[in-house]
Design a binder for this molecule. Structure first.
Ligand code: TPP
Ligand code: MG
Length: 513
């Protein structure tokens, strides 16, 4: 067994069966081993940021790491912005980076780079394999790290000779230490909630899944407090039969309003809410200066167990009245296109268990309330603000959940960063419907120009304009094997969306907004 084969055996023994890959010369033995040893689904991505974004959503939907396969430092560098988003999401990924042979590195050949240096800021674990006999052991340690709550990016650097040399020994990853929580933090939170001051529970991570969120809502209801999610949670289970939860609004003034008057902020798997950016004359923290911030569970602690302990300390149990029980709209709205109508159409047309990938940027701000009554679904967002995540995440979510539908709410400018993910969707015949929100501009930045007090002229405005030439989304999609149609009214959108959701593979709708 060579080192590469020991790596594949270690992946399989440790529960990893999916690799999002963009290989190069130094990974050829790993590629050959994946071929010889059955059991791993290898998905070719035509750029590294598609591979890393796909692995992120794969984790969010399965809580199981996928592996990436990236080529040397520059391949890793291409994938960094979606690794950044994955790190912000708390996703576990086995991030495999092939590299120069150990003895070739000192020669400083062109692709030699500081892989560790580029990997370190987004990784919870970095290890360079030094010998074929140690690849299995190193991979197992990396997988344990990737599985460590809430999920970490574990970068495993695989020099070519450690892959091709004989003497490989496969290993099995140990389960990680389970997360814990602090009893004293629970007791203190119970005291705060019993005192009856204005209190907000800010909930994130695994606590946004159906059962813990329901319990959090019951606690809030019983104690007269409020619940809120962060501005861009990794995943929320929502829709009919579940508890609706709003998010901290993106615009600073609206966020300040949402948290105004709060005397206590209890963080449950969440960090203290801050503005996305500084704006002249506006605060960075979004809660009042005199608000007491209490951490019930840090993001790396067991927020669900802490919530359960808090509920029992307060003698609160699930309250079925808090679940959303109204029906979805009988028919989707027609006529001209607005964000609210688009959200209502989604609620009316999406099948149960749809996975929504939201990189809608400015157009999507108001989608949330209009989809509370949609069938049960998951909503995944851009967690780290690094645009270019939507199409890759849709790809990874569809691979993770082959029996579910994926709908991508995709702003046009952001789509262009990783548009080649569409090709992988076509090749893998994934049930993904992409709705391109085609406003032919960087609309959010037009607002931001005003927010920071800049006074734009023609040069500035030209840098935020995506027309001249207009991007032809139909040709782009069809050029990569994804059938597509253009919609200029809600009626057209409804018609194409209905058909797309019956269609076996991917479909793209360019929505002229
Ligand atoms: C990796 C990365 N590059 C650049 C930006 C800056 N940026 C934020 S939003 C945006 C434009 C978004 O345009 P689009 O996706 O069309 O959404 P719209 O504003 O039109 O709603 C840019 C360039 C970013 N957030 N991340
Ligand atoms: Mg746009």
């Amino acid at each position: 067994m060579n080192g590469a084969e020991s790596l594949v055996h270690t992946l399989i023994a440790s529960g990893i069966d999916t690799v999002f890959a963009n290989p190069g010369t130094s990974e050829m033995h790993f590629v050959a081993a994946l071929d010889r040893i059955p059991g791993i689904h290898c998905i070719l991505c035509l750029d590294e940021n598609t591979a890393t974004g796909a692995a992120d959503a794969y984790w969010r939907m399965t809580r199981k790491p996928a592996a990436t396969l990236l080529h040397c430092g520059p391949g890793l560098a291409n994938g960094l912005s979606n690794l950044h988003n994955a790190m912000r999401a708390g996703s576990g990924i086995l991030n495999i980076v092939g590299d120069q042979a150990t003895y070739h590195r000192p020669l400083d050949a062109p692709l030699t780079a500081d892989v560790e240096g580029w990997a370190a800021p987004i990784s919870g674990f970095v290890q360079r394999c030094m010998k074929s006999s140690e690849v299995g052991r190193d991979a197992a340690a990396a997988i344990t790290a990737a599985n460590t709550y809430p999920g970490k990016i574990a970068t495993l650097i695989l020099p070519a000779d450690t892959a091709w040399d004989e003497g490989g020994i496969s290993a099995t990853a140990e389960p990680p230490e389970p997360p814990s929580f602090r009893e004293d933090a629970v007791a203190k939170a119970a005291g705060i909630l019993n005192a009856g001051e204005d209190t907000m529970l800010l909930i994130s991570g695994a606590a946004l899944m159906e059962a813990p969120l329901h319990l959090a809502a019951a606690i809030a209801h019983a104690t007269g407090s409020k619940i809120l999610a962060p501005v861009s949670p990794a995943r929320v289970e929502r829709g009919q039969g579940r508890v609706p939860i709003a998010r901290v609004p993106y615009p600073v003034d609206l966020a300040l309003d949402a948290l105004a008057g709060i005397k206590n902020l209890i963080l449950i798997g969440a960090t203290a809410p801050v503005a996305f950016f500084a704006y002249p004359g506006k605060p960075g923290y979004l809660y009042p200066l005199n608000c007491n911030v209490h951490i019930l569970a840090r993001p790396d602690e067991d927020a669900c167990a802490a919530l359960a302990a808090l509920a029992s300390a307060l003698n609160v149990s699930h309250d079925p009245r808090l679940r959303r029980d109204d029906h979805r709209p009988a028919a989707p709205p027609t006529g001209s296109i607005t964000p609210e109508k688009l959200a209502q159409s989604l609620a009316a047309l999406m099948p149960p268990q749809t996975i929504i990938i939201d990189e809608a940027i400015s157009y999507g701000r108001g989608f949330y309330p209009y989809t509370y009554n949609a069938p049960p679904h998951d909503w995944l967002q851009l967690t780290g603000g690094a645009i270019g995540a939507g199409l890759p995440m849709a790809t990874g979510a569809a691979i993770a959940c082959p029996t579910r539908r994926v709908i991508t709410l995709q702003a046009d400018g952001s789509a262009m960063y990783t548009v080649q993910a569409l090709w992988t969707q076509a090749r893998e015949k994934l049930a993904v419907t992409t709705i391109i929100l085609s406003n032919r501009k960087y609309a959010i930045l037009l607002g931001e120009l005003a927010n920071v007090g800049a006074n734009p002229g023609a040069t500035a405005l030209n840098m935020l304009d995506l027309s001249n030439p207009d991007i032809d989304w139909i040709q782009l999609a069809e050029g990569m094997g994804v059938p597509a149609a253009r919609a200029a009214t809600m009626d057209e959108l409804n018609q194409y969306l209905t058909a797309a959701l019956e269609h076996d593979g991917p479909f793209l709708i360019e929505l002229l907004v």
